[in-house]
Design a protein around this ligand. Structure first.
Ligand SMILES: [Zn+2]
Ligand SMILES: [Zn+2]
Length: 229
């Protein structure tokens, strides 16, 4: 099932594994594909350092997974975004599946891991749904998302050259660049719907445009890892 999905689809369980499928220990030198853990914040369990209890969205599992920050700021840099209902993404979590002293398993984020962490200000399903929208729109012929008029270009089978008229090129939403419209009027008419996922669609392309299966190597054979800017 997972193999039918593009490696950049957030539903691909090879690239985006549930907590149970993350190995205990992993040598970063042996990484053969990129992975990320996607969790939604359910509770703030901070005591001095930022500690977030997150769920990986698995229906059968009620357990929340601790994500504790051991960077120089004890997670303070993430405080403004670290709210219940927001989404935490951790790249290469298998390097850090951690056994805490209280017996819980989770993620310990050290200073060097901070470039592998990002918090998005909306829920997990919002990010996953944006992944679906991205692939469903970018794999179909381009059309206006408001009135469904197809883009007329020489590659469109319905294209009839009309010297009196310029070729009809659709305009992209300036923020997500994925959703297209005939004109400003169509964009304005559709904004009520689109504003609910434009931000997510803009963000999700960091994931969807990458090939999670291929890992490049440096000259000394170390994997080139993805990181958030
Ligand atoms: Zn239109
Ligand atoms: Zn947009």
């Amino acid at each position: 099932m997972a193999s039918d999905l593009p490696s950049g689809s957030l539903w691909n369980s090879e690239s985006f594994p549930h907590f149970d499928n993350i190995p205990e220990e992993h040598d970063t030198d042996n990484i053969d594909h990129h992975t990320a853990f996607i969790g939604e914040i359910k509770r703030d369990a901070s005591l001095g350092r930022l500690t977030l209890m997150v769920t990986d969205g698995k229906v059968a599992s009620e357990k929340n997974i601790p994500v504790a920050f051991y960077d120089h700021s004890n997670g303070a840099v993430w405080s403004p975004l670290a709210k219940v209902g927001h989404t935490v993404v951790i790249l290469y979590p298998e390097t850090k599946k951690h056994h805490f002293l209280d017996g819980q398993e989770g993620f310990r984020i050290n200073e060097e891991d901070m470039k592998h962490v990002r918090i998005f200000p909306y829920d997990r399903m919002g990010l996953l749904t944006a992944s679906d929208v991205f692939f469903s729109i970018t794999t179909k012929p381009k059309q206006c998302q408001n009135c469904a008029v197809p883009e007329l270009t020489p590659w469109n089978p319905n294209y009839v050259p009309d010297p009196s008229e310029k070729d009809k090129k659709l305009l992209a939403c300036g923020r997500c660049r994925v959703i297209k419209y005939c004109n400003k009027e169509c964009q304005t008419a559709h904004w009520g719907q689109h504003k609910k996922y434009c931000r997510q669609l803009a963000d999700v392309q960091w994931f969807t445009r990458k090939d999670w299966d291929k890992v490049a190597s440096t000259a000394d054979g170390k994997p080139v890892l993805f990181q958030f800017e």
